[in-house]
Design a protein around this ligand. Structure first.
Ligand code: HEC
Length: 255
């Protein structure tokens, strides 16, 4: 399997998934993707070494999945009109008018405006004022949306490619939550290098290090602690730096 293939497959699968999503929606979809994406039917073991092209359906789809892909792509690329339910406010008339490069589902240079209100460490997307996504166009002038005066955060976002999103969407939420739980205790896997400046005053606390502690020319005195870890005083000592659960070596260096 060449390195190129899995990437190409990811791209293609995501177009499939997004397309399926749009196809499943009502015909009056706003083109600003305000609605929540629907769960995509799981793909049966997508062949990760397939040599499909960007934007083409995955190799190995069933006839039903292929039909859903084609219907979805058509929906993604179709031009919505106000007669067909577009509006009253919207950002563009088709998904593919923004998500276009180099094929449908890709990136683009069009930006959208997002707004909201940040205060006291809390972000309010101002949903009741139409946030956080501004719909920049309207079918009648009276409906025109604008950034409300309450908004104190306004950002321009460039069109992102959607390739890969479909494969992520196809992973059941329960699986993601399970994995999160399972991986929690693992900490960092691999080598951790700490670069300590010469004037650093701190207490270094290390515990549950499953590899070795390599004291490279630092000349630190490491005392064992009762929890099976080590502590060391850097300079005059000070605020603690705690490191724990490392599946590998820790290298200490002086910068
Ligand atoms: C006016 C241009 C425009 C149109 C039309 C448009 N998009 Fe987007 N889309 C964007 C931009 C810009 C972003 C990035 C938004 C951000 O970062 O806040 C985006 C992001 C997305 C994302 C990623 C969201 C995420 O959470 O990462 C999805 C999925 C998406 N669009 C699907 C669609 C679909 C489906 C349609 C048609 C129903 C559509 N888009 C129409 C500009 C557009």
């Amino acid at each position: 399997m060449s390195a190129r293939h899995p990437v190409a497959t990811l791209f293609v699968a995501s177009v499939t998934a997004i397309a399926l999503t749009v196809a499943a929606g009502p015909s009056t979809l706003p083109t600003g993707h305000r609605q929540k994406l629907r769960r995509v039917p799981p793909l049966p073991h997508p062949p990760l070494d397939s040599a499909t092209e960007l934007g083409a359906p995955l190799v190995g789809l069933t006839p039903d999945q292929l039909a859903a892909f084609e219907a979805g792509r058509e929906e993604f690329e179709s031009i919505e009109t106000s007669e067909g339910g577009l509006g009253p406010i919207f950002n563009d008339m088709s998904c593919a008018s923004c998500h276009s490069g180099p094929v449908s589902g890709g990136a683009g240079t069009t930006t959208v405006t997002r707004f909201g209100r940040a205060s006291g460490g809390h972000f309010d997307p101002l949903v009741e004022k139409g946030g956080s996504l501004l719909q920049a166009r309207a079918i009648v002038p009276e409906a025109q949306e604008s950034v409300p005066p309450e908004a104190n955060v306004v950002g321009q976002r460039i069109t992102t490619p959607l390739f890969g999103a479909g494969l992520l969407e196809a992973i059941p939420d329960e699986d993601i939550l399970q994995n999160e739980k399972r991986n929690k205790a693992d900490g960092v896997s691999g080598l951790l290098e700490l670069r300590l400046t010469r004037d650093l005053n701190a207490e270094l606390l290390m515990s549950d290090i499953r590899g070795q502690i390599r004291n490279l020319g630092v000349g630190l005195k490491l005392d064992s602690t009762e929890k099976g870890g080590f502590r060391s005083q850097l300079g005059a000592g000070g605020a603690p730096i705690s490191i724990s659960s490392i599946n590998g070596d820790v290298v200490l260096r002086r910068d």
